[in-house]
Write a protein that binds this ligand. Structure first.
Ligand SMILES: O=c1[nH]cnc2c1ncn2[C@H]1C[C@H](O)[C@@H](CO)O1
Ligand SMILES: [Zn+2]
Length: 377
């Protein structure tokens, strides 16, 4: 007689989509201009007279963004932002987009988010850089209030991005510093990576370091190890946006033995946070499938991995969807998702005592509660 394995109560269960949605989540890498509701784009285009939208039906427009972004190239992917930025040129539009962003994230169970955008891309109709930042901050506060009224708690901080092909990084870094403690928690550079190394903006990073401020750099997405190396060792980034290509410095032998190169060792040993965005990487060609995404190996090797959405509109995704994809690909359980979430809080740019309180008083108790649900089924 063959004995049947006895189901042990501690057996990790695949979380349901509903449990994933209710689990507290933390998002460090999400672009404001990559997360608009399609219906809002249509409204704002109509109000502002922007006539270049490829579709005016919200459902079709959502599909258009996902398909257009699914190009296999970061450069082509980035072209889709022309339409979102075009409708984010007034104070009212920015307030609305930011408020809805906070609401949508809270609805999805995100409790803390750092949302980035490039103020220099919102000046076409006469707003100043300061007016852009103030409008977005006002929207985030409004969104936090609306979320609270709907029974969800969320805190949103802004990251100011400078575009790497442009030459305004120092100005944007100064802006980030001026609005520090006033809703802005750090700085970033984004845009096409190949041909635009982060060292082009060394003056901005050196300024931020002198000011004891925080920054992340998109690196190792569309370009490899030299970009990651520069971001860390020349520019002094606190975190890496994507960083997927760190996998190029890791060798796995046929017998499963793993050897880290010097840069990969540095990233792991120094606990450099990786802001990984699986769906976005599939669209830009930085990874081939969820199952083959480097996040699986990096999580096993205990790099400081975090999970992020990058652009919810372009990828048709959310934090819950990203977790679901990873649960399907790697069999992750609530314990894995708690680990990613704690990693994200450890890497956030808000003060240490607030991060710790969020981990101990929000994240851990709620994951424990979710894990205990099988007791009461
Ligand atoms: O994944 C990305 N890599 C590089 N740049 C990006 C990515 N997603 C969005 N951006 C760009 C386009 C946006 O207009 C800009 C600011 O949010 O940042
Ligand atoms: Zn990004």
């Amino acid at each position: 007689m063959t004995s049947q394995p006895i189901a042990h109560p501690d057996t990790p269960q695949a979380p349901t989509p509903e449990q994933i949605r209710r689990a507290p989540k933390v998002l460090l890498h999400d672009h404001l201009d990559g997360g608009l509701r399609p219906g809002t784009i249509v409204d704002l285009a109509r109000e502002s007279g922007y006539g270049n939208l490829p579709e005016t039906d919200p459902d079709k427009l959502g599909i258009w963004f996902r398909e257009a972004a699914d190009s296999g190239s970061l450069e082509r992917y980035l072209e889709t932002f022309a339409h979102t930025c075009a409708v984010m040129q007034t104070r009212e539009a920015l307030v609305r987009v930011a408020a809805e962003c906070a609401e949508d994230l809270a609805e999805d169970g995100v409790v803390y988010a750092e949302i980035r955008y490039a103020p220099e891309q919102h000046l076409e109709q006469g707003l100043t850089l300061e007016e852009v930042v103030e409008a977005v901050n006002e929207g985030f506060r409004e969104g936090e209030r609306r979320a609270k009224a709907n029974g969800h708690r969320i805190r949103v901080g802004a990251l100011l991005t400078a575009m790497r092909h442009a030459a305004r990084a120092l100005e944007i870094a100064e802006l980030a510093n001026r609005y520090r403690d006033l809703g802005v928690v750090g700085f970033d550079i984004a845009g096409a990576e190949a041909g635009f190394p982060p060292t082009r903006h060394l003056d901005a990073f050196e300024y931020l370091k002198r000011e004891n401020n925080h920054f992340t750099i998109h690196a190792g997405e569309a370009f490899g190890l030299p970009s990651i190396w520069q971001a860390l060792q020349w520019c002094g980034a606190d975190r890496l946006g994507h960083g997927v290509r760190i996998i190029d410095d890791i060798q796995v032998a046929d017998d499963g033995t793993v050897k880290l190169g010097r840069l990969a060792s540095y990233v792991r040993d120094k606990r450099v946070p990786l802001e990984m965005c699986p769906s976005s990487n599939l669209q830009t060609g930085a990874a081939t499938s969820y199952g083959e995404h480097p996040i699986g190996l990096l999580r096993k090797l205990r790099f400081r991995v975090t999970v992020n959405t990058d652009n919810r509109l372009m990828s048709g995704t959310s934090m819950s969807r990203e977790f679901e994809h990873l649960a399907d690909a790697f069999g992750y359980t609530l314990t894995d998702f708690e680990w990613f979430t704690v990693n994200a809080l450890k890497s956030a740019f808000i003060p240490f005592d607030e991060r710790l309180a969020m981990i101990n008083d929000v994240v851990k108790p709620r994951y424990a509660e979710l894990r205990a649900e099988w007791l009461f089924r």
